[in-house]
Structure formats: C-alpha cells, structure tokens
Design a protein around this ligand. Sequence first.
Ligand code: AMP
Length: 315
Amino acid sequence: MEHILQKIKEYNRIIIHGHYRPDGDCIGSQVGLAEIIKESFPEKEVIITGETSDYVSFVAKPTILEDESLFKGALSICVDCATSERLSDKRFVLADYSIKIDHHIPVDDYGNYQYVDTTSPACAQIITEFYLKFKNELKLNKKAAEALYVGISTDTGRFKFDSVNSRTFQAAACLVDNGVDLGYIDNQLSVETLETLKLKGWCLSNFNVTENGFAYIKMTRDVIDSFGVSDEDAAAQVSTISTIEGCPVWAIFMDYPTEIRIRLRSRGPIINKLAEEYQGGGHAKASGAKLMSWDQLDGFLEKVDKLVKDYKENN
Ligand code: AMP
C-alpha cells in the first residue's frame, strides 16, 4: 500500500480502470479511489475510464476515455479485475506505470505492480483500508464514502456472505462516520421496476433443478424481451433462487448474441474451478463462465450436478 501511495504522489494524471459489465463494487471502487485522490491532492487530474452500470448509475456513469494521448505520462490503476482481458479499457499498457488492485483469485498478473487481497470480500474494502492506513495524509469525502459503501454492500450481498470479516465492518463503520446516508443507499439498491418484479415471478415459477440439487434459470432472449427488462436486471435474477433447501449451487444462464453467460453461485461447494473449465473464473462461491451455445448446456449440467452430489456425500 505504501508503494501505491508513493506512485499516486509521483504522478500528476491518474486514470482509473474497471472491468466490463461493471458491478457495484467495480464502480464503487473506481469512484471511491478517484474521490480520495481528488480530495487529498486537488492539483492532480483524476480520470475514470470504463463502462456504466444502470443499477449503480446513481453513484456515477463512467464512459470510456476518448483521448488516448492522456495515457502518456499517466499512472493507470485497474480495480476489481483479475485479468487484463476483462478490463473495459485495456489501454493501461499505454500508461507510464500501472497498478492492479483486486480481491479476486489472481489469474493474470497484469500491470507493473499488483496489490491483491483475496481475503477481502470487496475491492472497495481494500480501497477503504488504503484510506484508513494513510488517514493522516488522505481525505475521504461523502461521495467517496457512499461509493465505497455501495461497493462493499453489493459485493457482500448486504453484509451476508461468508466472505465478510470483521475488517468489513470496520471499513463500513469508517464510511458511515464519513457521511454515508444508509437509507438513501438502501433505497437506491432495493427499489425494483414493476417489469423486474414480474420477471422475478416468472423465475420463481420456471427455474429448474437437477437430480442432485443444482438450481438454474434459463434466461433466453425471448423471455428478456417479453418482460421488457434490461440485460442487467435480468442477470440480477440469479439471487431469486439462492435460498432453496437442498440446492447449494445455483446459476442463471443469460442468452447473449455471441455467448451464454453463466452467473454461478454457491453456499457450499467450491465452484471457481468448474467455471475455469468454461472460460470463466472468479471466487470460490461466486463465479462466472461462458457457454458458446445452448448445445453445451447438458454437459455443464452433468458436471455441476456431480459437483453437488460429491459435496453432499462428503458433508
Ligand atoms: P458475475 O456472475 O458476473 O457477478 O461474476 C461473479 C464473479 O466471477 C466476479 O467476481 C467476476 O469477476 C468473476 N467472473 C465472471 N465472469 C468471469 C469470466 N468470464 N472470467 C473470469 N472471472 C469471471
């Protein structure tokens, strides 16, 4: 962390990158870090480059930086992204120096320097701890505190996942002390459109369960279109089937034009190894992967069903 602070001090322009299809932790970490640097070193130019997420657009709406010349002489910091391939703006290679700050199991050590803490349930927790470590030199404004709080609360399922540790609450306490409006954030994250709520009803009536207890939703394009919801809202339905007794692993299969994205979750077996077999990866209990067509579905179901069976036999 000392090295990161030293590099921030060294550079006048700092560009902060996130991953594609960003979530609350990605945007929260980008905005939180950007605001800490801006507030602490007002003379520095801080730019966020990346995609927007509708779900957390109340935090900020990033766009991809257009002027490529700005990378020259800059420091790039990439947050919440295990592989350079998943960055929405991969031009950190054009910067003078680049740093990766992440909490995923490392897949690709991109950048000149990596700070990875897999014991942190959210990248935003690492950024908050960075602030706490250098509290005498850094400043945290309300915007940074709210962005980081959104990051931590979304990546921990609102402080529920077993990846949460006492440091998570220490980080959250610091953010609340710095002005987070808890009611406002909860409202922003909880309110759903009528269309999304109706889609949730469809998911509850149409999910499938394999022989040994893998629950899944097949979110085909016609279903998404018929409910008139965004892909992001449709993909979020993975949590709708998270609490079924006897189903410790669950997923949503999202139909995209060039791939079927799998959002895989567990409250028992380790799933990231299976995800890696299907062009994916992630955390032990929250991973993502891909099928190239629906023809691959049966093969995947067989493997995940066996994983659940083995887990049940041994636990
Ligand atoms: P998601 O289901 O997209 O929320 O992803 C869950 C976790 O898995 C996140 O921490 C992602 O970083 C990771 N992940 C998702 N898709 C991939 C992928 N194709 N390759 C590697 N990691 C992934």
